[in-house]
Design a protein around this ligand. Structure first.
Ligand SMILES: C[S@@+](CC[C@H](N)C(=O)[O-])C[C@H]1O[C@@H](n2cnc3c(N)ncnc32)[C@H](O)[C@@H]1O
Length: 180
């Protein structure tokens, strides 16, 4: 993934994450921690203890304000309207029920807040889309991630208003901004 310029795209987070409170879901091994702005209190969650142990090691070496928790995106343990910014990178391809997860993000995001997503999606071209559908079961078995998620539809179905949909690599990898 990093090999495909994803590292450069992550850098955007530094200018986008607004506080005082922000939430990263699916923090994984902590590849975005380097891009947290120093003046924002970030809470980061993931449901994999193994991933979180790596993220915690990286966080301990950085001068950032971060709280890391074991938690499922589909059942966030935060009150409504808790965060100014909610964000995730390459996560909604593997969340079992992505619409449920996106609804939870909307619930915890303050009115007027922002959602930022960097995601790979099912291609819009019908032939490519069909091929991705065919390959998906094998990719899920090998990598645990779906390559045919209809994430734009999922975001709308979860009730978000999409502000930006930028195609970074054909129409498959996208930078998405939305508000509740
Ligand atoms: C492909 S990794 C991306 C990790 C990181 N965001 C990055 O960009 O490197 C997807 C991450 O989402 C996490 N994840 C998937 N479904 C989740 C859920 N329902 N709740 C919490 N974390 C989840 C996985 O454990 C994994 O760490």
């Amino acid at each position: 993934m990093e090999w495909m310029r994803f590292g450069l795209w992550r850098k955007r987070l530094k200018t986008k994450i607004a506080g005082p409170m922000a939430l990263e879901v699916g923090v994984g091994t902590g590849k975005n921690l380097h891009h947290y702005p120093p003046d924002v209190a970030v809470t980061a969650i993931d449901f994999s203890p193994w991933m979180l142990s790596h993220a915690k090691k990286i966080a301990s070496k950085l001068d950032i304000d971060v709280n890391i928790h074991l938690m499922d995106i589909q059942h966030l343990e935060f009150p409504d309207n808790s965060f100014d910014t909610v964000f995730a990178t390459f996560v909604f391809c593997s969340v079992p029920d992505p619409v449920m997860g996106l609804r939870e993000l909307k619930r915890v995001c303050k009115p007027g807040g922002r959602l930022f997503l960097l995601e790979h999606l099912r291609p819009g071209n019908p032939i490519m889309g069909f091929l991705f559908d065919m390959m998906n079961p094998f990719v899920v078995r090998i990598m645990g991630a779906n390559i045919n998620r209809r994430t734009m539809e999922n975001i709308r179905n979860a009730g978000w208003n999409i502000l930006k949909d930028e195609r970074l690599s054909s129409d498959i990898v996208r930078w998405i901004e939305a508000t509740p």
